[in-house]
Design a protein around this ligand. Structure first.
Ligand code: C2E
Ligand code: CA
Ligand code: CA
Length: 739
């Protein structure tokens, strides 16, 4: 590496010089031998001293060379020496390791081979710069390492070699890690300015730093916060135990998260979701706490709103059915523990539909709101008043008593209070309005019955209250349950009856005083394979309730049409008029008149052969609809009979407006002729009325000759009843007429 001459060469030269000096010097007065020897010794000593110095210098040189080699070799960075033409002439082991190859692979190769293509330009530029300016420079670039690459930093210094050729000294550092750290820092900085509030404290909980979101949430500026402790935010909503538990969790588990109610600078108390994490040093000692704070006051408000929608009725703000079911379930568990009875009150407003129809839905809504307020006023704070929908409310009373009779008495008292309260006049804007409720009550204790079963019981009892004339209260009992079960079974059978062809028409003669049969009443029979003949008195009201009356009524119309058509062919029957019973629900449905018209048109038979029997309740349920429909049918030739006359509360005024052809004296009055003078008098009055109004009169349920005679005497000349003929199946009926 150096051009230092070797040791033997040097010695030879020194000897030569010494000899030269001896040889060339002018001949002095010849010195004595002694002098000569002395001089020689001095020379020798000098020579040895010089020699020693040389040896020292050489050793120093060697040490420094070794140090250089060591430094070069074992420096923590890669070293390379390049020619200005990019040829590698020296390289240390670190550089070789960084580039992932043996040193021999590198030597005499071009460094460019290790630069990734996209950085080559920059590398050339650096090379050029260094040649021109001969200065120190650096560059970050990507270098190859096997099949992959890594980010590196090059620091270059252009130097002159001993023989004055320019060279490049390069240090090479892998900066993957520092790059990564830099990136992490950048991410951390961005994250710190996130939407979430961040607060960093030291181990003593003194605030060191907060981000902008945090200042926005709390209302304090960063300057106001740094140096303070989080005590500043305390709202007083949590007790010391809460905070103690929180810090216990942070210190033992390293973190805690949960909801905290804090106070903003402006005094507002608000909920936030907080995550606190302890930062520890490598020895596990806590150095900092980092708190993430999210303001959840808005989310809470939305939650509250959703909750309100899901569990409360928007009109009255009362708990809805779902919440009631929830609470009832809880009440059952509570009653199992306390062994105390509670009660469910099912409240249905009577004739609510009529209010909606007459005054409009807005008035209906106001009434419901007022009723809700009254119900709330009737119960204790812990009781639940809920709205099930429509005009139905359910009240749950809890912890009434451990004795059922006492609980029942208490429930009854509250029920009666409700009856009284809901009977008070309502002020619906400018309308005064009277309304009544029907209330069904059932007791509950423990988990004897399911929530659903209990509601059903209260509902059944409520229907019982309705059936008992409304504006009253009924307790559920087992008989009711049985009736409901029976009814449910009957309903299921009734639904199948039409498709199973179980219906049949019976005919009951209507005759004049001389015995001439002028027509018949069509009476429906249900021939059930197991039940036998089921009375229409039993299944018609049910069919009305469940809507089956519509298809059944159509079937009766159609079967009657077929019968009339068939009887056209016989002189004994072609003049007969058939009276069909029509139910209120059937008549008031919008298609009723269309159905009858279609039936009349289908066979083009004379409408005078058809009579419809209406009851008073049907007529008065919707008087305008009745008048319109009757007039339309009347125009086609259909006639009408007022059935069961005298049993309802018929209004004479209306009677004159309606195009009835006939009044039918109810069989209950006929039955009492001869027994009850009052009923006999009623019969007389009805006959007089019919005569005055110019209507025909017929008496039903005539069973005895005595009854017939009485009726005839007082001006009723047409009769129907077992005396004249029982209701008969068609074959028997035809036979009796001689067909
Ligand atoms: P309703 O219209 O009053 O029919 C007269 C009822 O009195 C019939 O009962 C009949 O069998 C019965 N009856 C006839 N003569 C006598 C008698 O001399 N003494 C006594 N005690 N009763 C007599 P039914 O057939 O059981 O019908 C009961 C009710 O069912 C009918 O009462 C009617 O309201 C209804 N109904 C019958 N068929 C139909 C129908 O096709 N449609 C509709 N909507 N209702 C019908
Ligand atoms: Ca009838
Ligand atoms: Ca009748």
């Amino acid at each position: 590496m150096s051009n230092q001459p070797s040791k033997p060469d040097q010695q030879a030269r020194l000897h030569a010089e010494a000899e030269e000096r001896l040889a060339i010097s002018p001949a002095p007065p010849s010195p004595s031998m002694e002098e000569l020897l002395h001089e020689l010794r001095v020379h020798q000593i000098e020579l040895e001293m010089q020699n020693e110095e040389l040896r020292r210098t050489r050793a120093d040189l060697e040490v420094s060379h070794n140090r250089y080699v060591n430094l070069y070799e074992f420096a923590p960075v890669g070293y390379l020496t390049l020619t200005p033409e990019d040829e590698i002439i020296e390289v240390n082991s670190v550089a070789a390791r960084l580039l992932g190859v043996e040193r021999s692979h590198l030597l005499n190769g071009h460094f460019t081979n290790w630069v990734t293509p996209e950085y080559c330009d920059r590398w050339y530029m650096l090379l050029k710069n260094m040649q021109r300016q001969g200065r120190q420079t650096n560059l970050e670039l990507m270098l190859k390492r096997g099949d992959s690459h890594f980010p590196a930093r090059l620091d270059g210094l252009s130097i002159m070699s001993d023989d004055q050729t320019p060279m490049l000294r390069i240090t090479l550092t892998d900066i993957a890690e520092s790059k990564h750290a830099e990136e992490e820092l950048r991410i951390a900085a961005v994250a710190f300015e996130a939407q979430e509030g961040i607060m960093i404290t030291n181990a003593d909980k003194v605030i060191l730093r907060v981000n902008r979101a945090f200042t926005e949430i709390t209302g304090y500026s960063s300057e106001e916060l740094v140096g303070q402790t989080p005590q500043l935010f305390k709202s007083g909503r949590h007790n010391a135990a809460f905070y103690a538990e929180m810090w216990e969790s942070i210190n033992s588990m390293g973190s805690w998260h949960g909801e905290i109610w804090d106070q903003r600078k402006n005094g507002e108390v608000y909920p936030k979701w907080v995550t606190i994490t302890a930062v520890k040093d490598k020895d596990g000692a806590i150095t900092h706490y980092v708190g993430l704070h999210t303001d959840i006051s808005e989310r809470k408000a939305t939650e509250e709103e959703i909750n309100q929608l899901a569990y409360y009725d928007p009109l009255t703000a009362l708990p809805n059915r779902r919440l009631l079911l929830d609470r009832l379930q809880q009440a059952l568990s509570a009653s199992a523990r306390s062994e105390k009875y509670g009660a469910l009150l099912f409240i249905d407003l009577d004739n609510f539909k009529a209010l909606n129809d007459n005054l409009g839905h807005d008035m209906g809504d106001i009434l419901l709101q007022q009723a809700a307020q009254r119900l709330l006023a009737c119960v204790r704070e812990g009781d639940t008043v809920s709205r099930q929908g429509g005009d139905e409310f359910v009240i749950m009373l809890e912890e009434l008593s451990e004795y059922s009779d006492e609980a029942a008495a208490k429930a009854k008292t509250i029920g009666e209070k409700i009856l009284f309260s809901l009977n008070q006049t309502y002020q619906l804007t400018c309308h005064e309005y009277q309304n009544t409720p029907s209330i069904g009550v059932t007791l509950f204790v423990n988990h004897q019955h399911s929530v659903g079963a209990l509601l059903k019981r209260a509902d059944i009892a409520m229907y019982e209250a309705k059936a008992a004339g409304r504006n009253t209260l009924r307790f559920f009992d087992q008989d009711m349950q049985r009736a409901v079960t029976t009814r449910a079974a009957l309903e299921a059978d009734l639904r199948a009856a039409l498709s199973n062809n179980q219906f049949e028409l019976y005919f009951q003669r209507q005759a004049r005083h001389d015995g001439t049969v002028i027509g018949a009443e069509v009476l429906l029979r249900w021939n059930h394979p197991e039940r036998g003949f089921v009375s229409p008195a039993e299944f018609i009201p049910l069919a009305e309730d469940v809507g089956l009356i519509i298809p059944i009524g159509l079937w009766v119309l159609e079967a009657t049409r077929t019968q009339l058509k068939h009887w056209e062919d016989y002189p004994q029957t072609r003049h007969l008029q058939l009276a069909i019973n029509v139910s209120a629900r059937q008549f008031h449905q919008s298609e009723f008149t269309d159905h009858v018209c279609a039936m009349l048109k289908k066979t083009a038979y004379k409408a005078v052969r058809l009579k419809l029997e209406f009851t008073e309740s049907l007529v008065f349920e919707d008087i305008e609809d009745t008048i319109a429909k009757m007039q339309r049918l009347k125009a086609m030739g259909v006639s009408f009979s007022m059935d069961d006359f005298g049993t309802g509360y018929s209004s004479l005024t209306y009677l004159t407006q309606l195009p009835f052809d006939q009044l039918k004296i109810d069989k209950s009055f006929v039955r009492n002729i001869g027994d009850k003078p009052a009923d006999a008098a009623i019969v007389q009055t009805i006959i007089g009325m019919a005569n005055n109004l110019g209507m025909e009169i017929i008496a039903e349920g005539v069973e005895t000759e005595e009854q017939r005679a009485f009726l005839e005497l007082h001006g009723c000349h047409t009769f129907q009843g077992n005396l004249i003929g029982r209701p008969m199946p068609v074959a028997e009926f035809e036979c009796s007429l001689g067909i």
